[in-house]
Design a protein around this ligand. Structure first.
Ligand code: AMP
Ligand code: GLY
Length: 422
């Protein structure tokens, strides 16, 4: 088969790495890809949101299956556009991707179908929102409705902070149209986990549980990022809790989307808070997580092309997922300054040395080739991923690999996985 993967991050490198192991592959393309992906696939210079350009390419190159990484093309309707031309593509339709594209849609949907989530209210008018704050007790969470590259959520310790967040989103329009409506919701206490499943709209196959590390500094300090590291499985998700998440969240979500006339196929990713009252949904994503995909792909034993193609065909009930009984852990290395303004163009050394370690894969994200040298080109630069028996071995191996990689200003968290030991 000819496969096209869309995107250019660590998630897409992990998908391409896994797809490259499939026996069914003739050729892999990635648009636009990155230098790590270029070692396994032909990178084509088409942007991930250029739906028309991607569709023309898929027709021309006789692509048998397209796998979409990021949320933007999904919410723009890439799946509908490809299917119109009879192209097979793994991901939800535009109407189904609204679960991620609009937090208001997702919250109203969860309320309608009794899927556990934080108590909330929606506002279009900043004045009314500020009035409402007066009745609330803090802490509170203020969220922009639309996509804001993971930055549209403000955790407010005090009511004053909440008023500032309303001003930022609705009056200063920090996130543009995404902030035309906001959600104000209760602050949930607990531990977070990422729960991903592959679905064809009927069968829902859970992937190994995972825990992301969103804050930029050790001890969950500092601003949130796209994710500074992840490990899988997450010990907080016991077998019992996994059953509960499947029966109270994942399966009801897929069933209810069908009822809404928005049948969901692709990856359904629930960002969860495990509270004293059980698991609650913080948000849905309509795609693989980044960096969750890096450890998940290392653990997965199935032929990924087989799984994704079977899902697209609506025959997922035939598949049984099979995973390594080990821990996989990814440490994200970032540019100095990220998630704020960051430096670029620093030469990266030591990836080869790190990759010599057994069961270690260095996934590229924001890298580029400049004058024949590998340099930094984004906030999140590399996802150094290792697998081992037990969390301690996975941690030691990942950090041994990280210690071999150097560039001027490289930053990474030193405590990825510690929560799993505790
Ligand atoms: P979201 O994009 O909605 O997942 O929010 C980003 C991050 O904000 C989450 O990963 C949580 O750390 C935090 N968050 C979002 N909603 C809540 C909430 N209701 N209570 C506590 N933390 C939250
Ligand atoms: N790691 C968080 C996300 O992919 O949204």
């Amino acid at each position: 088969m000819n496969i096209l993967v869309i995107g250019s991050g660590g998630r897409e490198h992990a998908l391409v790495w896994k797809i490259a192991k499939s026996r069914k592959i003739k050729k892999i393309f990635c648009a636009p890809g990155n230098p790590g992906i270029a070692q396994l696939a032909e990178c084509v210079n088409i942007k991930a949101d250029d739906i028309k350009g991607l569709r023309e390419f898929a027709i021309r190159e006789k692509i048998d299956l397209t796998v979409v990484g990021p949320e933007i093309p999904l919410t723009l309707g890439i799946v509908d556009s490809f299917e119109d031309k009879g192209l097979k593509v793994f991901g939800p339709s535009k109407k189904a991707a609204e679960l991620e594209g609009s937090k208001v849609f997702a919250k109203d949907f969860m309320q309608k179908y009794g899927i556990p989530t934080a108590v909330y209210k929606v506002f279009k008018d900043p004045k009314e929102a500020k009035e409402y704050i007066k009745e609330c007790s803090s802490p509170l969470v203020v969220k922009a409705d639309g996509l804001a590259a993971g930055k549209g959520v403000v955790i407010c310790k005090t009511k004053e902070d909440a008023v500032d967040a309303i001003k930022l989103i609705m009056e200063k329009k920090e996130f543009g149209e995404a902030g035309e409506r906001i959600i104000i919701e209760e602050f949930l206490k607990g531990e977070e986990a990422s729960f991903l499943a592959i679905t064809d709209g009927k069968t829902v196959l859970p992937l190994p549980s995972c825990q992301d590390h969103k804050a930029v500094f050790d001890g969950d300090k500092g601003p949130n990022t796209g994710g500074m590291g992840a490990y899988s499985p997450a010990p907080i998700i016991s077998a019992k809790l996994k059953k509960e998440i499947m029966s109270s969240i994942m399966i009801p979500t897929v069933k209810a989307m069908e009822k809404e006339g928005r049948p969901y196929k692709g990856v359904l990713y629930a960002g969860l808070m495990i509270t004293d009252d059980g698991p609650k949904v913080l948000e849905y994503n309509c795609r693989f997580g980044d960096p969750e995909t890096q450890p998940i792909m290392m653990k997965l034993r199935n032929d990924l092309v087989d799984v994704l193609f079977t899902a697209v065909e609506g025959k997922l009930s035939k598949i049984k997922l099979n995973c390594e009984n080990k821990v996989a852990l990814c440490v994200v290395m970032t540019s100095k300054g990220y998630p704020g303004d960051y430096e670029k163009g620093k030469e990266i050394k030591g990836i080869e040395e790190a990759s010599k370690l057994k069961d270690v894969v260095v996934f590229h994200a924001g890298t580029a080739i400049n004058g024949g040298k590998l340099v930094t080109a984004g906030g999140r630069v590399l996802g150094v991923t290792a697998m081992g028996v037990g969390i301690k071995r996975a941690i030691n191996k990942a950090y041994e690999a990280v210690s071999r990689i150097k560039w001027d200003g490289a930053h990474y968290r030193k405590d990825i996985g510690e929560k799993a030991i505790r």
